[in-house]
Design a binder for this molecule. Structure first.
Ligand code: ZN
Length: 226
């Protein structure tokens, strides 16, 4: 029961490969259970042992509880999509932040993922709008500028009314590279102030894991990008 994690299991990159095949240790269990273990094992951060624990938890749980989980997953896939304007996650066409007339449309905070947006919202210190890139450059993983929502951001700026773009990508290699690329692109809009969040968030770390006050300080201390 201590076989190593399958090195071929998908990580950050999507993969068309099937779930890891059931191993000899799973002999004697039903195919359904093996399939469930294999699906859990595809989740980020879940190894074989944890996948087995989760599968047996589902097996033992009351039917209603297990089906609630299945329904929640199915509802997310059916109803949740990206906001047409900012690419945040929403159940309608437009997200609640873009629809909120109380949010300052002149400031756009650019983040990598919806979870970064949630971290900044959690800090309670930002009242502008957002733009979610849905990633950061990762040339080694095959993520290029065209995989991000940069064109949509440029279209928003062309519409006018924006006076500041805050680049709130993660302070790591990919985030910094993305910020530099965007800064070049945004030179086409000389009237827009381009700022980068302060380095309160430790280098190499992630906004989503930073404490609220640190996120808040990083936004507060943002600087003009040189
Ligand atoms: Zn939105």
């Amino acid at each position: 029961m201590s076989e190593p994690k399958d090195p071929s299991r998908p990580g950050a990159r999507p993969s068309a490969s099937p779930a890891p095949a059931a191993t000899a240790s799973a002999a004697g269990t039903s195919q359904c259970i093996q399939d469930l273990v294999a699906e859990f094992e595809r989740l980020p951060g879940i190894g074989r042992r944890t996948a087995e624990r989760l599968a047996y938890h589902v097996l033992r749980a009351p039917a209603e509880e297990a089906l609630r989980l299945a329904r929640a997953i199915s509802e997310v896939k059916k109803n949740v999509r990206h906001c047409k304007i900012c690419f945040n996650i929403t159940e309608g066409e437009i997200c609640a932040i873009c629809e909120d007339p109380g949010r300052d449309p002149a400031t756009i905070c650019v983040v990598e993922q919806p979870k970064d947006l949630w971290a900044i919202e959690g800090s309670g210190s930002y009242r502008g709008r957002y733009h979610v890139l849905l990633g950061a450059f990762a040339p080694l993983e095959g993520v290029t500028p065209s995989d991000l929502t940069i064109d949509a951001l440029l279209s928003r700026l062309k519409e006018g009314g924006v006076t500041e773009v805050i680049l709130a990508m993660n302070p790591n290699f990919e985030g910094d590279g993305t910020a530099l690329f965007l800064k070049e692109k945004l030179k086409a809009f000389p009237a827009v102030r381009i700022t980068r969040i302060a380095r309160g968030i430790p280098s190499g770390s992630h906004i989503e894991h930073a404490a609220r006050n640190i996120v808040s300080d990083a936004l507060e201390g943002r600087r003009e990008m040189q």
